[in-house]
Write a protein that binds this ligand. Structure first.
Ligand code: SF4
Length: 253
C-alpha cells in the first residue's frame, strides 16, 4: 500500500501574526497558529483553536509567500496553536521555513512526544508548557496525559544537552500557569523540584488570564478570593525566585 505523503500544504492554519515581540522572548518573529488541540485546559485563551475538525482559515501557500517577502527582516518564525505538534504537516512546514533562512520557534504543551521528537532537532527555541505534575493533569486539561508532556521535557533537555556546544544551540522556556484555587498552585513546590532535578534552567511562572477564556472559567473567576490569592501568588513567586533557575520569569495576569 502506498504511504501517504504529508506536505506543508496539508496544515490547517487558524491564522498568523506578521510580527510579534512576545511569542519568542528576545526575538522578532512571525507566529503561525495551527488549528486543533486534544486537550481542554480550563484557562485556555484560544478556545476557538481547540476544535481539531475545524478547517484552516489560511492556506500554507499564503503564509509561505508572506515569509518569502520577510526574509532578512525577522529573526524567526514561531509555530503555535492550538497544539502545534498535533498535525503531521508541521514536519515539512518547519523544513520549508528553515530552507527560507528563518530560525524556528515552537510553542507546545507536549501532547505528542513522537512528533516533538521528529521536529526538535530542527527547532531553535521551544516554549514548553508543563501544566502540572505528571500525575496532576486531569483537573487542568480534562485527561490524564501528563506523562506525555514530561516525556517531551526529557526529549527537550536531551537535545539541549546534545547541542550545547554546536553552532545551532537549542534554547527554551518551561512555563507553568497557576490560578486561584488551582491544584497546580498547591503542587508547585513538587513541580519545581522535579524540574530542577532534571536540570531545567529557564522557567516562567504565569498567572492565568481571564480574557478569552471559556464562560465557565470566567464564572469561576468571579468567586475568587483575590486578596487571599495575592498572598498565595507572592509565595509562589518567592519559591520560583529561590529555586536556582538561571532564568526565572514572572508573568502576572
Ligand atoms: S494545550 Fe494550549 S491550546 Fe490546548 S487547550 Fe490547553 S491552553 Fe488551549
Amino acid at each position: 500500500m502506498p504511504t501517504a505523503v504529508t506536505s506543508a500544504s496539508d496544515l490547517a492554519i487558524a491564522g498568523y501574526v506578521p510580527l510579534s515581540t512576545i511569542d519568542w522572548p528576545g526575538a522578532l518573529c512571525a507566529s503561525v497558529f495551527l488549528q486543533g488541540c486534544p486537550w481542554s485546559c480550563v484557562y485556555c485563551q484560544n478556545t476557538e483553536l481547540m476544535d481539531p475538525r475545524a478547517n484552516g482559515q489560511v492556506a500554507w501557500e499564503d503564509v509561505r509567500a508572506f515569509l518569502e517577502r520577510r526574509r532578512g527582516l525577522l529573526d524567526g518564525v514561531v509555530f503555535s496553536g492550538g497544539e502545534a505538534t498535533r498535525q503531521p504537516a508541521l514536519v515539512p512546514a518547519i523544513q520549508e521555513v528553515r530552507e527560507l533562512g528563518f530560525r524556528i520557534g515552537l510553542h507546545t504543551a507536549g501532547a505528542y512526544p513522537a512528533r516533538f521528537a521528529d521536529v526538535v532537532s530542527d527547532v531553535d527555541w521551544v516554549g514548553l508548557d508543563i501544566k502540572a505534575s505528571a500525575t496532576g493533569y486531569r483537573p487542568i486539561i480534562g485527561v490524564d496525559a501528563g506523562a506525555k508532556a514530561w516525556q517531551c521535557l526529557d526529549l527537550l533537555l536531551a537535545d539541549v544537552a546534545r547541542r550545547r556546544t554546536t553552532n545551532q544551540p537549542l534554547t527554551y522556556e518551561v512555563r507553568t500557569t497557576v490560578f486561584p484555587g488551582s491544584t497546580v498552585a498547591r503542587e508547585l513546590p513538587d513541580i519545581i523540584s522535579a524540574l530542577r532535578e532534571r536540570g531545567v534552567e529557564n522557567f516562567a511562572l504565569q498567572e492565568a488570564r481571564e480574557r478569552g477564556t471559556s464562560p465557565q472559567f470566567q464564572e469561576q473567576a468571579r468567586e475568587w478570593d483575590l486578596p487571599a490569592w495575592r498572598h498565595t501568588w507572592e509565595g509562589l513567586v518567592a519559591q520560583v525566585e529561590q529555586a536556582g533557575f538561571t532564568t526565572a520569569v514572572i508573568r502576572p495576569a
